[in-house]
Design a protein around this ligand. Structure first.
Ligand code: ADP
Ligand code: G6P
Length: 493
């Protein structure tokens, strides 16, 4: 880590709630930096590695922020959050209000006016930090639901920069978004951008519909017309899908290393070389369908369809948002279920499930993906799900079966996967049984097709597509469109 020269500015500035690294205080009082959790960091870290730019975000601990520093060619600009702000802006508004609403209210959302106030204040702070490092005319790329007010706040301060925002999670149906008491403010915040990127076309369309219905703005296909205020010219904002991806080549290269291959073999051997190894890898989040997956597995064991050590299951559940009540409850439920399944179906030396509530280095993840015969990706709702793509990238041997929920963004690209509805436990059981008994030649054909997709659409291509869309986004309505809109307005007057 190198201290950075002060007052340098950048042509590319990205902002996300988190920096790619978290500062952790160890029991002896010393500190160390660890990779931050989640798909956003996985993707953007690979994107930024090859580009010179600044990354504005929170360093993961309460209190004063560390000084800006340079790492891996990136300039990292920490934004401070106090302990009360972590509770109100991050755990509260971002993850107990917005997250449930944007994921189809799998758990009820909580509304607190104080949380909203804090969200506004923290978004202001991010906007200030971005403006302090953005060169004249820079490209500013803002990420995710935690920072939806930032586009307009940056525009107010810096009309010279181009502003893009990408939503890593789904955008909800208008009826759900409508529950938010601050819905108009959120839409206005986002409309400060020139280009808004979403995972799926349906997400972009939901956003456009919300602008039409709630702000009564004119919309055309994928653009929203933002009428002038205070004499400023009219603007158009484009909202379209740009599905995110992974560093396919990098991960494949890692998966091919002798160390990772050997580790994959070792993992299987340590489980007694099961005929079939199932794997789940998720943040411990209620959107991921972990309970549904466990239910299907438990029923198969009860039915006598298979039993350990012939078939076994590794569930990696990364710790996540542990002070939010819904996440605490989920952890208790998952751990109780795992205990019961192991108690009822395991034996000495061969548990029915290996449950790991820890984070691992990339090498270990690649080895796990390579070791697993069946990858269970069963979210109830997920913007994309990079784990599904990572599994495919690691299977250069063309082995393995991907069982994939139709409610993930990934399902819109990985059509050849074995699709499931996680609410349909019977359907999920059948999909697992089909995967256990699948024909190796058919498996290879399927994996080859899946791999083609993740090779052709990797994270670098995603970033180029996003930035190109940002560069060419029309900022002003074309004259023809303006005329049509004027005519429509006259017609309704
Ligand atoms: P989300 O962003 O909701 O967490 P994704 O599937 O899109 O879900 O991304 C998760 C990312 O975190 C992937 O890159 C995955 O490899 C990584 N990951 C998940 N669990 C772990 C873990 N226990 N240790 C290390 N990395 C993990
Ligand atoms: C998802 C979100 C990210 C978030 C990540 C980890 O990927 O889209 O914005 O960073 O989960 O969650 P956390 O709350 O730990 O940052």
């Amino acid at each position: 880590m190198d201290p950075a020269p002060a007052a340098r500015t950048y042509d590319l500035v990205i902002a996300a709630n988190r920096l790619p690294v978290d500062r952790q205080v160890l029991p002896d009082g010393s500190t160390e930096w660890r990779r931050s959790p989640g798909g956003l960091v996985t993707a953007m870290e690979s994107v930024m590695r090859g580009r010179e730019g600044a990354w504005v975000g929170w360093a993961g601990e309460a209190g004063e922020a560390p000084e800006p520093f340079d790492e891996d060619g990136m300039h990292l600009v920490p934004v401070p959050l106090s302990a009360p702000e972590i509770a109100s802006y991050y755990e509260g508004f971002s993850n107990d209000t917005l997250w449930p609403i944007y994921h189809d209210v799998i758990v009820p959302a909580t509304f607190h006016r104080g949380w909203w106030q804090s969200y506004r204040e923290v978004n202001e702070r991010f906007a200030e930090a971005i403006c302090s490092v953005a060169s004249p005319g820079a490209r500013v790329w803002i990420h995710d639901y935690q920072l939806q007010l930032v586009p307009a706040l940056v525009r107010e301060r810096r009309p010279d920069v181009r502003i893009g925002w990408f939503n890593h999670i789904p955008w909800p149906a208008v009826e759900l978004f409508a529950q938010l008491p601050w819905r108009e403010h959120l839409l206005r915040g986002l409309l400060g951008a020139d280009f808004l990127g979403f995972q799926r076309t349906a997400d972009a369309q939901n956003f456009i519909r919300a602008c039409r219905q709630m702000l009564h703005l004119q919309t055309r296909t994928d653009t929203v017309h933002v009428a002038s205020e205070d004499g400023a010219p009219d603007r158009v904002v484009r909202a379209a899908s740009v599905p995110i991806s992974i560093d396919t080549k990098g991960l494949e290269k890692l998966a091919k290393t002798p160390a990772v291959r050997a580790r994959a073999k070792e993992i299987r051997a340590s489980l007694g070389n099961p005929r079939t190894l199932l794997l789940g890898v998720d943040r411990l989040d209620y959107t991921k369908g972990i309970r549904h997956r466990l239910k299907a597995y438990e029923e198969l064991l009860v039915d006598g369809a298979f039993s350990p050590p012939d078939v076994t299951f590794i569930q990696v559940a990364t710790p996540s948002r542990e002070r939010v009540e819904a996440y605490r409850r989920l952890r208790t439920e998952v751990e109780t279920t795992v205990g019961r399944i192991n108690g009822d179906h395991g034996s000495i030396g061969s548990p029915a499930i290996q449950y790991l509530h820890q984070s691992y280095p990339r090498e270990e993840m690649a080895a796990l993906f390579q070791a697993a015969d069946i990858m269970l990706v069963t979210p109830l709702r997920d913007g994309m799900n990079l784990v599904a793509k990572e599994y495919v990238a690691c299977r250069h041997d063309l082995g393995g079966t991907l069982v994939l929920s139709e409610f993930t963004g990934a399902a819109h690209e990985l059509h050849q996967a074995s699709m499931v509805n996680p609410h349909d436990i019977e359907g999920m059981k059948q999909a697992i049984l089909r995967a256990v008994d699948s024909d190796p030649a058919e498996r290879r054909r399927t994996m080859r097709a899946l791999r083609r997709r993740v090779h052709d659409h990797d994270v670098q291509r995603w970033a180029s597509m996003f930035l190109e869309s940002l560069d060419i986004a029309p900022r002003r309505p074309q004259r023809r469109v303006r005329r049509e809109l004027d005519e429509q307005t006259e017609g309704t007057a």
